[in-house]
Design a protein around this ligand. Structure first.
Ligand code: CA
Length: 232
């Protein structure tokens, strides 16, 4: 059973067999699934179908998954599960901070894709609950960082920084206790709503992209333990 009843997923993959296999499996799990096979088709289908989530292949005809991600995220924030051919590609994408929320490397199991889709959708539900909880929250100030949970805006000095939803939630979580080193498990469960061994790589990736956006020196790493936001 999908976490969000009737949640709709757009599967973007130019390899017809993979596209159909992922689609069939998600449908069997109760999702409404739309399909696209290239970059322009993906953006058009996104506009037309307004899916709750994208499963997005990186290498696509027309323009690639990176560009699809940029274009759709500019219109409406939506969780994106990116399909990559190699782990190195994932690292590259994380460095570019394209706004994908999770990555699966090919070859993947359909079970894994379904699990990741469900987790991302649960996260969105959780994020809207968090947002409601943050509605009255004041702006968090840490050094020259100003974080407004209500508006989901971040200023570094006078500059507005664009963060993905997960990067934002991670920053808010760190900013709640400036200077404190938070364990990976603690951060995973606070931000993602779950924690296991495979998740720490996802966390490390998001810390990396957050650093790229707000300044590497602001987040301290304690190897083998976790991360903390420098107080000033
Ligand atoms: Ca492809």
């Amino acid at each position: 059973m999908p976490t969000v009843p009737q949640a709709s997923v757009l599967v973007v993959e130019d390899e017809p067999l993979i596209n159909q296999a992922v689609t069939d499996r998600l449908r069997a799990e109760g999702f409404t699934v739309h399909q696209a096979y290239d970059g322009p088709g993906a953006v058009a289908a996104f506009e037309r179908e307004r899916p709750d989530l994208l499963v997005l292949d990186l290498m696509l005809p027309g323009f690639d998954g990176l560009e699809v991600c940029r274009r759709v995220q500019a219109r409406r924030p939506v969780p994106v599960l990116m399909l990559t051919a190699r782990d190195e590609e994932t690292d590259l994408l994380v460095g570019l901070a394209v706004g994908a929320d999770d990555y699966v490397t090919k070859p993947f199991s359909l079970r894994e894709v379904v699990a990741r889709v469900q987790t991302l959708l649960r996260r969105v539900e959780r994020a809207s609950e968090l947002l409601a909880a943050h509605e009255s929250a004041a702006t968090l100030i840490v050094g020259d960082l100003a974080i407004s949970p209500r508006e989901r805006r971040v200023l570094v000095g006078d500059y507005a920084v664009h963060l993905t939803p997960l990067e934002f939630d991670l920053l808010v979580e760190l900013a709640r206790m400036p200077g404190a080193i938070r364990s990976r498990e603690e951060l995973m469960s606070a931000v993602w709503g779950w924690s296991d061994a495979t998740g720490t790589r996802t966390l490390d990736s998001h810390v990396k992209s957050l650093r790229a956006k707000i300044g590497a020196e602001r987040i301290r790493t304690v190897h083998g333990v976790g991360y903390g936001l420098e107080p000033a």
